[in-house]
Design a protein around this ligand. Structure first.
Ligand SMILES: Cc1ncc(COP(=O)(O)O)c(C=O)c1O
Length: 390
């Protein structure tokens, strides 16, 4: 089967309303630094239940700016999970600080609070929990620990727009100082590339806004005294701006998020119904008391002998049937760059490593066709019945 016809594990959902929204902005006065950015930020903050949102050019940029706004610097440590996209811990390094990896809970695949606790030292300044696959992390426990040790909490909710935790949406920052999102095409809503930070703290909001655009702040006093052109660079910032046409796309998408989540939920229910009958599989941890999953990824976990060989064989078998799965993720500290960084003192997170060996992300996106999902299920079932006989 040709790769262009293959079913990916995730993809965007773009309709004519999205295209029209983008087209409208392309012929307007401002295609960047215009009103759509503010509008998108307001809509996102309202949706999450936060006071402020700052939209930026990617989830990675959001993490970088959050690390800087949190005051991370050389000599500091920040605790995060090894089961995340590289961007989470890379952002700690961008700020000059050292990432420290705590282990995950084998069931939820989110950071295990007791492992975080064991990693806290006098150098720890922040913790970066990830709401992995769309399931909120143990934010209440993390927030309590953070308060006790005066740590900043930066929640990476790239997978979790629309998830709920203790009667609030992820992004409301009830249990974090800042929460970040990614709007990459495989995520719940897309702006092409894009990201955002939500916060309830005005000082962080102002810092983030300035850092997004070269560290420049408006100075009303300076304008009055010197002239209307006056601007002031107070910190070393970046150009992490997002365009107005991207924000128009984000706005059009955000209006339909409930429908996207519903479709994802339906697909997950069908996978669960098929796979929970099979013995050699573990279906994803889904519901926890007081939480709503956002179903970014469907993580199938093989519980068979010779797991690593089985996972590779299943990946290849699905690929031959035109189904492109992915592995989320290789434990970050096993990457060659991180191996060199730790210079032989590699962290060891047994739950993360065990989880990594057994997992495969199956296709999960709003436009996944029923026939494509049926084919995926069938290939997995056939594979398992053959593998058992080996
Ligand atoms: C958990 C997590 N954090 C951060 C990012 C980075 O987001 P972006 O690709 O928008 O830079 C991603 C993207 O895949 C992610 O999955």
């Amino acid at each position: 089967m040709s790769l262009t016809k293959a079913v990916p594990y995730g993809r965007q959902h773009i309709k004519s309303v999205d295209i029209n929204a983008v087209r409208e902005v392309l012929t307007a006065d401002f295609i960047t630094q215009g009103p759509k950015v503010d509008e998108f930020e307001r809509a996102l903050a309202d949706y999450c239940g936060a006071k402020y949102a700052v939209a930026v050019s990617s989830g990675t940029a959001a993490l970088h700016l959050a690390s800087l706004a949190a005051g991370l610097k050389k000599g500091d440590e920040a605790i995060t999970t090894p089961i995340t996209f590289l961007a989470t811990s890379n952002a700690i390094l961008y700020a000059g600080a050292t990432p420290v990896f705590a282990d995950i809970d084998y069931e939820t695949i989110n950071l295990d609070p007791s492992s975080i606790k064991r990693k806290i030292t006098s150098k720890t300044k922040a913790v970066f929990p990830v709401d992995f696959a769309g399931l909120p992390a143990a934010m209440a426990e993390i927030a309590t620990m953070a308060k006790r040790h005066r740590l900043m909490v930066i929640e990476d909710a790239s997978h979790a727009l629309g998830a709920e935790y203790r009667h609030g949406r992820v992004g409301s920052c009830k249990f974090s100082d800042m929460t970040i999102f990614s709007f990459h095409p495989v995520k719940h809503i897309t702006t092409g590339e894009g990201g955002a930070i939500t916060t309830n703290r005005r000082n962080l909001y102002e810092k983030l806004k300035a850092l997004r655009s070269h560290g420049v702040r408006r100075s009303e006093k300076g304008r009055e005294k010197i002239g209307g052109w006056y601007y002031e660079m107070q910190d070393l910032g970046f150009n992490y701006r997002i365009t107005d046409f991207q924000c128009a796309l984000g706005l059009a998408q955000l209006k339909r998020i409930d429908g996207f989540l519903q479709k994802r939920r339906k697909i997950v229910a069908k996978y669960d119904a098929a796979f929970s009958k099979l013995k050699n599989l573990k279906v994803p941890a889904q519901r926890r008391e007081g939480q709503k999953h956002a179903y970014h990824l469907y993580l199938l976990r093989l519980q068979v002998k010779k797991t690593t060989q089985a996972r590779k064989a299943l990946y290849d078998t699905l690929k031959q049937s035109g189904i492109l799965t992915q592995v989320h993720y290789i434990p970050v500290y096993q990457q060659p760059f991180y191996r060199r960084l730790f210079n032989g003192n590699l962290p060891h997170c047994p739950n993360a490593e065990r989880y990594y060996d057994e997992v495969l992300s199956l296709p999960l996106f709003p436009d996944l066709k029923s026939t494509e999902q049926n084919r995926t299920i069938q290939v997995v079932e056939d594979f398992l019945s053959k593998w058992k006989l080996q």
